[in-house]
Design a protein around this ligand. Structure first.
Ligand code: ZN
Length: 285
């Protein structure tokens, strides 16, 4: 069974709003980096069945297609299809990129009105461009934070390693670098909330139907164990902000009964948060 079949998920949120999980392939990340400040003895049991000989974990590229009466929003674009062979091998990139995954789910990329990105790291913004360098979603407005564009194109060497600046400059030069500033409603019922933390201008996306709300916290909530606000990755540029903002968002998710979709979980990407002592637990649907 492929990952797509196991985890295919969609939901009717009420009031004409529907949401579908689209998995745009997988890649691998170093486990120690993903667990950041957490000592190995506390996490190794959680990943015994998926850690490989190189010490890396399988990371799904989870995207969401949201249909509202006012238009279609795609949340995240994955790695895309423009990586060279060396990069594909190093990152172990596999599976269908976003355009193929959307078409397989019978969504026409040309009908997407807004592409919302939690942040601009290569594994979220890579699918903005099609293989030939043209806009993958020709009709869409891009919604990343203004601050995120500033960090993404900055000259700090650490930033240059986590963003694919050459690709982002192509998007910018095409006049396609759409931005939102702070909290903003992208379409009625779809809200971006600036969080920072994982990256300087990271944002969360919240989709509200009449009956149900789905939240996507980007890389603040990659995998089930990220439910502990103190468990942040070494990829987080501003870890203290990550911890603070996770506490705030997770409390709200519990109080308001939000469904949560994880950014890089392959097998159980959809669930809810449950408050537990001084932390939270992720409970898959
Ligand atoms: Zn990521």
């Amino acid at each position: 069974m492929t990952i797509r079949e196991e985890t295919a998920w969609s939901a009717d949120l009420g009031g004409g709003t529907r949401i579908a999980l689209i998995q745009a392939g997988t890649f691998r990340s170093d486990a120690g980096t993903l667990f950041g400040p957490v000592p190995r003895f506390m996490w190794q049991q959680l990943v015994v069945d998926e850690i490989d000989a190189q010490g890396a974990l399988l990371q799904a590229l989870n995207c969401l297609l949201v249909e509202t009466p006012a238009g279609r929003v795609l949340i995240e674009t994955g790695i895309g299809e423009r990586s060279d062979e060396k990069t594909r091998q190093r990152r172990v990139i596999e599976g269908p990129p976003i355009l193929a995954a959307l078409r397989a789910a019978r969504f026409d990329p040309a009908t997407v009105d807004v592409v919302a990105l939690s942040h601009l790291h290569f594994d979220h913004a890579g699918g903005l461009l099609a293989a030939d360098g043209s806009a993958a979603f020709p009709r869409a407005r891009i919604a990343a934070q203004k601050l995120e564009w500033e960090f993404a194109l900055g000259d700090n060497p650490r930033l240059q390693a986590s963003y694919d600046q050459g690709e982002l400059r192509l998007v910018e030069q095409a006049g396609w670098a759409g931005a939102v500033d702070g909290e903003a409603e992208l379409l009625p019922g779809v809200t971006a909330i600036r969080t920072g933390g994982h990256s300087g201008g990271h944002q969360a996306l919240v989709v509200r139907g009449h009956e149900r709300t789905v939240a996507f916290f980007g890389d603040l909530f990659m995998r089930p164990w990220s439910a502990n606000p103190r468990w942040v990755t070494a990829f987080d540029d501003f870890p203290l902000t990550s911890v603070e903002v996770k506490v705030r968002l997770f409390r709200r998710a519990v109080e308001e009964g939000w469904t949560v979709v994880l950014s890089h979980e392959a097998r159980t990407p959809v669930g809810r948060l449950v408050a537990e002592r001084d932390r939270y637990r992720f409970e898959p649907l």
